[in-house]
Write a protein that binds this ligand. Structure first.
Ligand code: ADP
Ligand code: ZN
Ligand code: ZN
Length: 737
């Protein structure tokens, strides 16, 4: 056979930091466009690869070299477009990972195993999704792990839903949307909870599709399972476009479901992709609008592999996908924007890179900012009896709400019964044998559980060290709050004379599929009077009858060593407050106002003062002033190098050695390199963890330095100082340092 005439560069997933690059060369009988999906041999295996733009010619094998031929071309799907490919290139470069790893991680996992025939079969099956004759009609929907989100789609196929008519926008909403459409910059929709941000997203998408019926929009949310209502609103609003118009992308979906969504987007059948951070990599050839809801949410940051920020990539992607004729716009939305985003939206600073659109009133309440939102009540815990968990004034207020038929929500960001068990005799604490952390006491099944490595044991009858039978919990978790509420409210009656019903929602109660949805449904149906939970209940949910929200112990975050802790606390408390009094008509009918209660030892703390005023801008400006003085982000740029090893010494020795001879690297003069230190959580599952922080006033200098440092890190890992190192990774723009 004559040698194949076409030489291709193909991206394959090679292991992180392997000497083998992720761009390999193969021969093909046909020329193939960049972006084409192929199957190629690599060692003993056959892998999915993506034909890439011709990379550095210097890497190309010399003419005449016989290359392995590609195995197959997945020509059933069109090639991935230039916008998508440049996003992958950028992500790999910026977050210091192999391009092949990023590209393949960005594709649906189910695609990896399919050969040409299997793919063709899948594609064919898609064309008649109603009732394939060779399969029972509902087989797919009842597959294990099918999400509730899939159900409405099936119904819409048989019973077309009329277009849900859009609400007329309030003047504020209309102004925000007009402002957005008349500008070109990324926009920040800054709106208090319940001010109608979602309605603005919906209508931005609607108007886009009215102008350009073939356009596509990407709508990102932090955790889709926590906001089923949002998904329902999008599906309802766009149902008249057909069953595939809105597709979801999140990790709760099965492989086949994700592939289905991915294909619908890539083949331009879906107009709207609704998903979590992974959706930022969806192939959307006609992408014109990206919405990032709750843009401040930490879950937009990927915490393994390429540690990307989907929010930041959304901004970059919009730029990449824009041409002068077909701009791609991006809208970030939040009631408590990240300080990075807020900073970019300050007109006086930094040239105002983002346009700020404000919604300052809750829907249905137009009498000014603070009046719309829950009133803040602080309980000074210094005046309460020692060891009080739920104070008298708070309990009285909750009882009063229940007696009127209203609901209350009690929030504590710690699950389990108590964070630690303790022996007063010898000082023993319930630490984990494998981690530098305590095991949490779960009273419900009398276990001690490590929340980091999962190590679980029955609670000992007596202190394992001294035999003292009197071991006691210290601190509190949601289980304990639930128990105490039950006891303290035992004599309170609902308007119908029934006893109070307390329910708890946290990671422990929602392990099983569908559990969260059914527990939330109970709250919405009014079958719950007091809801206890972790941050899971603080975000997003549109509870109509909750009029009181309480944070039991918010103080701990005030004095954290993490400079982002105040930002996160403020945002979480304001989010939690946003669960109360969402329905103006209900408040009016009850003749009541909503309240947010905080139990604190620091009632004069400036953070609580800003919270009392619901004054995010004041809080943000104060925080930004502090950050500017300390040279912290967004006034500097950071990267962390982390190393895992059998011993702390080995982890640190590797980092120290790798950073020793770096003065001559490009950018080094602008990059501060801090000494290697143990991570805050030093040991997890018997692995010791260390980190080294880099900081620079210049993003470019930091990027240049990191790129040049990669080979040094790899070489160090191979050398004597790399002994005992299990893995290392770079985290650019880390969220926790
Ligand atoms: P946010 O996303 O800012 O929390 P939502 O968009 O969920 O706010 O709006 C809060 C409530 O107000 C929802 O029940 C929504 O249906 C309603 N709403 C939003 N915009 C309008 C409008 N223009 N007219 C009437 N009701 C609206
Ligand atoms: Zn003891
Ligand atoms: Zn552990």
């Amino acid at each position: 056979m004559a040698p194949a005439p076409h030489r291709l560069t193909v991206l394959v997933p090679t292991p992180a930091h392997s000497a083998l690059g992720s761009l390999l060369h193969y021969d093909s009988e046909l020329p193939l466009t960049p972006g084409t999906l192929v199957r190629v041999p690599l060692g003993q295996r056959e892998l999915l690869g993506v034909v890439w733009d011709d990379a550095n010619e210097a890497d190309a094998p010399p003419d005449g070299t016989v290359l392995k031929p590609i195995v197959a071309v997945l020509d059933g799907v069109p090639p991935l477009g230039p916008g998508w490919r440049r996003l992958v290139d950028f992500t790999a470069r910026y977050y210091q990972r192999a391009t092949g790893e990023v590209a393949l991680a960005a594709l649906p996992p189910a695609l990896r195993g399919l050969d040409t025939t299997q793919l063709a079969r899948r594609l064919k099956r898609r064309q008649r999704p109603l009732a394939p004759p060779d399969r029972p009609p509902r087989a797919e929907a009842s597959a294990p792990g099918a999400t509730p989100a899939q159900a409405p789609r099936a119904e819409q196929l048989t019973e077309p839903v009329a277009a849900a008519t859009p609400q007329p926008l309030t003047p504020e909403q209309a102004a925000a949307l007009a402002d957005f459409e008349s500008s070109a910059e990324p926009a920040l929709l800054f709106g208090v909870t319940g001010s109608g941000k979602t309605e603005v997203y919906l209508q931005a998408v609607q108007r886009l599709l009215a102008r350009e019926p073939q356009a596509q929009a990407l709508v990102m949310v932090p955790e889709i399972n926590l906001t089923p209502q949002l998904e329902a609103r999008f599906r309802d609003r766009f149902a008249h476009h057909g069953p595939q118009v809105v597709v979801s992308m999140h990790s709760g979906m099965t492989g086949p479901q994700r592939l289905q969504s991915w294909l619908a987007a890539h083949l331009e059948e879906a107009r709207i992709v609704l998903g979590t951070r992974m959706a930022v990599f969806a192939s959307l050839p006609a992408l014109r609008l990206i919405v990032v809801d709750e843009e401040h949410d930490p879950s937009y940051k990927q915490q393994e592999g390429a540690r990307y920020s989907a929010r930041d990539l959304a901004i970059y992607r919009a730029k990449l996908e824009s041409t002068s004729e077909t701009p791609c716009r991006v809208m970030l939305g939040s009631a408590t924007p990240s300080l990075e985003t807020w900073h970019h939206s300050r007109p006086a600073v930094d040239g105002g890179r983002y346009r700020r659109l404000s919604l300052s009133h809750r829907i249905g309440q137009a009498n000014g900012l603070a009046g719309d939102l829950p009133t803040l009540r602080l309980v000074n815990m210094a005046h309460q009896p020692r060891h009080t968990v739920l104070s008298g004034p708070l309990m009285a207020a909750i009882a009063e709400r229940i007696a009127r038929g209203e609901q209350a929500m009690v929030f504590l960001n710690r699950r389990g019964y108590a964070p630690v068990l303790h022996c007063g005799g010898c000082g023993w604490k319930s630490d984990c044998a494998h981690c530098s952390a305590y095991r949490v006491f779960h009273k419900i099944d009398r276990t001690l559980r490590c929340h980091h490595c999962g190590f679980t044991e029955r609670v000992p009858r007596a202190c394992p060290v001294c035999g003292n039978p009197d071991i006691a919990p210290i601190g509190r978790g949601t289980e304990q709050i639930e128990e105490q509420l039950g006891a303290l409210l035992a004599d309170v009656r609902r308007p119908d004379g029934q006893p109070v019903r307390v329910a708890r929602i946290d990671a422990d109660t929602t392990r099983h599929k569908g559990a969260l949805a059914s527990q939330l449904a109970d709250v919405h149906a009014g079958d719950v009077d007091v809801l206890v939970g972790t941050q899971m209940i603080a975000k997003g949910h549109d509870f109509r009858r909750i009029t009181l929200v309480a944070a039991v112990n918010p103080d701990t975050a005030l004095f954290s060593s993490d400079f982002r802790a105040p930002e996160r606390l403020f945002s979480l408390l304001l989010q939690a407050a946003g669960r109360a009094g969402r329905d103006a008509a209900y408040l009016a009918q009850q003749g009541t106002v909503s309240e947010m209660w905080l139990q604190t030892h620091h009632k004069d703390h400036p953070l609580y003062a800003a919270l009392r005023q619901h004054d995010y801008p004041a809080f943000a400006d104060q925080q930004l002033t502090e950050r500017a003085q300390a040279g912290l982000p967004p006034f500097s740029f950071q990267a962390l190098v982390r190393a895992d090893a059998r011993t702390q010494q080995a982890a640190q020795a590797f980092l120290t050695a790798a950073s020793a001879a770096t003065d001559a690297l490009p950018g080094a003069e602008h990059v501060t390199r801090y000494p290697a230190v143990p991570m805050t959580l030093q040991r997890v599952a018997n692995v010791e963890r260390a980190q080294l922080l880099l900081e620079s006033p210049s993003r470019q200098a930091l990027q240049r330095f990191l790129a040049a440092w990669q080979p040094v890190l790899r070489a160090t890992r191979q050398g004597p100082e790399g002994k005992g190192v299990i893995r290392w990774a770079v985290d650019v723009d880390p969220l926790a340092i």
